[in-house]
Design a protein around this ligand. Structure first.
Ligand SMILES: [Zn+2]
Length: 83
């Protein structure tokens, strides 16, 4: 019984995670384009001096899709507005 439970958990995990990640990245970038077009703005101060935070190891976008403002130094996302 114990080994059956383990197998079930494992297969659910590998099936769900890659799809969820791909969908979320596409969704976030869609919302960013809808809201900002080509020029992203800081939600705190309205500055255009913002950049996408990236994972230092992989160079991919931060898992929480954070942006950072070089003027007010605050972080934000397109969906939450503030962190
Ligand atoms: Zn700012």
């Amino acid at each position: 019984m114990k080994s059956n439970n383990h197998m079930l958990t494992y297969s659910e995990t590998i099936n769900d995670i890659p799809l969820a990640c791909a969908d979320e990245t596409a969704a976030v970038e869609f919302f960013e384009k809808q809201r900002w077009g080509e020029t992203s703005l800081c939600v705190h101060c309205g500055s255009t001096g913002v950049y996408k935070m990236t994972d230092r190891k992989t160079g991919d976008r931060n898992k929480r899709f954070l942006w950072r403002c070089t003027d007010c130094k605050q972080q934000f996302t397109v969906r939450l507005g503030t962190v």
